[in-house]
Design a protein. Sequence first.
Length: 138
Amino acid sequence: VRVLEDRTDGDVRTLRRRLASARRAPKLIFYAGPESGVLRATLDGKTLIDEDSKPTDGTPATLRVNFAAPPPEGLELLLETRTGAPLSLIIEDLSFGLPEAPGQTFRPRPDDAMPAPSYRTSDTTIVRKSFALAPRKE
């Protein structure tokens, strides 16, 4: 995760981040729970959350994205939150197969078998990083 921008305008904080897999994994997953109070979110300029997509009952939106085949340069995520709100962002990159482990050998999958449809129960490698961004005080 690379910081591109972190600014405030009144009571709105705008954060722009470049998300990329250092392992060049074929899948990138990220999410921010409702406690993060995301007001607006875009990914490479495409709207994920805005006024029209937030829950109508007044609860904050939850951001969750599964992105297959992210470009090598990564994705640009823009988030707008309330200035005083903490932001929790969890990012996972996912690759198929198990990594090399010293002293361990794993038999390769037979040619007539495929990974289980649910990546959480398959021979998948997941690298997860959590970011807790403190509220910004201006």
